[in-house]
Structure formats: structure tokens, C-alpha cells
Design a protein around this ligand. Structure first.
Ligand code: KIV
Ligand code: NA
Length: 279
């Protein structure tokens, strides 16, 4: 399949063809996402939780993100790749953000970066895009700011809050974002924002009126132990954890019963060589 470029994403948006995006955090998860025909692969800072077992995304380090980006880049042949700027790596000044974005391109081998926030990020987005690095915005529920938002909560449920998201979205578009992630916003609000923008919106928990959708891969493939709480907006399309559990348990049982390895998994040696060896 052809490489997905920024131009191709623009053409898809123009035609009303939904943009498909998913997260990946390592070589195998990127490999399968690319093979499945995803348009965009995001190395989200959600990997803090789903791949590194951290409490929230604020804990993940820039160097850790870059390591994961590199492994994703190696597996991605066609999808457009975006790396998530982690908390602390871009908020202090546009120059800091640019330095970080360049590291995502040079060391992380990403094609673009994502950052969270509204109007206050305009100078930062202008700075990063001025050197030719595409920026994906992120409005609505911005998990890096969960403490001030009062947790993982739906945003834009009041006139004031919805208006602020719309104003932020317009400012981010004006600043040069090529698209915006809209997270955990009522469907009607996200649809209206989408209509008002000329760049695509990529929804997550934002209904069917967005220009595309994104999900966290381990959530949608069911690659997590039973009992983990997943957000209402996640559709679990598979049960990878149960399949891995079944396979590893079967292996355990076959080792214990000496059914594995069977002759077909075993190397032979010629008889005369063996006889000589035994003597
Ligand atoms: O970190 C992440 O995975 C994200 C997506 C859910 C948009 O930011
Ligand atoms: Na993120």
C-alpha cells in the first residue's frame, strides 16, 4: 500500500473519507496496525499506562517516549506516524517545544507530533510548524491536565465549556495544526466543531460526526487483564489477553506433561555421529 502523507490525509478529508487512527507503542503493535491499513499511527503517551504500568501519563519521560517511537517507526511502512509530546517537554516555551519536536523527528523517527491544549499553545504550534514539522492538536479531555480538570471527565457539556473548546479549536487551526484530536466531548458538540473547521477532527469519545476516529490499541483489541476499567467510548473488538492467556496456559500444561516439544520441534543428529559422541 502507498505511504500515507499529509497531502493524502487532506484529500481523504476533502472527500469525506474517514481517517483511521490507532495507537501503537512498540514494534509488534505498530506492525499489526500498519498491516491492518491504519492511516495514522499515534505513539500516544497513554503508553505510560498501557505499556509501562504507570499511574498516569504525567510520569512518562521524553527519553522513554523516544525509545517507543523508534520501535514503532521501524515497523511502520505506510501509516503516517505521530509522536505524543509528553508532559513537561513542551509547555515551558515554544523553543523548548521545538527542541523536543525535533528530537521526535530525528531520534523518534516520527513524521509529526501531537500536543495538548488550546489557545495558549498557539505560539508553540507556530514555532514547530515553521520548521516543517506537522502538529496534531488535542482538545476536550486532555489527560495531561487531568488534575485541573478534576479527573477523566467529559468536556464541553455546558455552553461556556463547549464554546471554549470551539474557540480553542479555531485558534489551533489558525496556528497551523493539520488536524485535531477531540476527546470525550458530547457528539453534537464535536460534530458542530467539525463543521466549523476546515481541518479534520479525529474523535475519541466524541461521536460519529468527527472526520476520523482514534482508539488506544490495547483497549480496542482487549489486550488487558479482566477487571481493568475502560472508558464508555471504547468498543472492544477482540480479546487478545484471553488468547494470550490460553496459549501460555496450554504451553505450561504441555511442558508439565512433556507433550512439548514434540518430534517436529526437535533437531536430529545422524546415527553414526551420535554413536561416536556417546562413546
Ligand atoms: O495518548 C494517547 O493514546 C492519546 C490518544 C487517545 C488520542 O492521546
Ligand atoms: Na495522549
Amino acid at each position: 500500500r502507498d505511504k500515507v502523507t499529509l497531502l493524502k490525509l487532506k484529500q481523504m478529508h476533502k472527500k469525506g473519507d474517514p481517517i483511521t487512527m490507532i495507537t501503537a507503542h512498540d514494534f509488534p503493535s505498530a506492525h499489526v496496525a500498519d498491516a491492518a491499513g491504519m492511516d495514522v499511527i499515534l505513539v500516544g503517551d497513554s503508553l505510560a499506562m498501557v505499556a509501562l504500568g504507570m499511574e498516569d501519563t504525567s510520569e512518562v519521560l521524553l527519553e522513554e517516549m523516544l525509545l517507543h517511537c523508534r520501535s514503532v517507526a521501524r515497523a511502520t511502512k505506510a501509516a503516517f506516524t505521530i509522536g505524543d509530546l509528553p508532559m513537561g517537554s513542551y509547555e515551558i516555551a515554544p523553543a523548548q517545544a521545538l527542541e523536543t519536536a525535533i528530537r521526535f523527528v530525528k531520534e523518534g523517527r516520527m513524521q509529526g507530533v501531537k500536543l495538548e491544549g488550546g489557545k495558549e499553545m498557539v505560539p508553540t504550534i507556530q514555532k514547530i510548524t515553521s520548521v516543517g514539522i506537522p502538529v496534531l492538536g488535542h482538545v476536550g479531555l486532555t489527560p495531561q491536565r487531568q488534575n485541573i480538570l478534576g479527573g477523566f471527565r467529559v468536556q464541553g457539556k455546558t455552553i461556556t465549556s463547549a464554546t471554549k473548546i470551539l474557540d480553542d479549536a479555531l485558534a489551533l487551526q489558525e496556528a497551523g495544526c493539520f488536524a485535531l484530536v477531540v476527546e470525550a466531548v458530547p457528539a453534537e458538540v464535536a460534530a458542530l466543531i467539525t463543521q466549523k473547521l476546515s481541518i479534520p477532527t479525529i474523535g475519541i469519545g466524541a461521536g460519529n460526526g468527527c472526520s476520523g476516529q482514534v482508539l488506544v490499541q490495547v483497549d480496542m483489541t482487549g489486550n488487558f487483564p479482566p477487571g481493568r476499567r475502560i472508558p464508555k467510548f471504547v468498543k472492544q473488538y477482540g480479546n487478545v489477553w484471553a488468547e494470550s492467556l490460553r496459549a501460555i496456559e496450554a504451553y505450561r500444561d504441555e511442558v508439565k506433561s512433556r507433550q512439548y516439544p514434540a518430534p517436529e520441534h526437535t533437531y536430529g543428529i545422524q546415527k553414526d555421529q551420535l554413536e561416536g559422541f556417546v562413546e
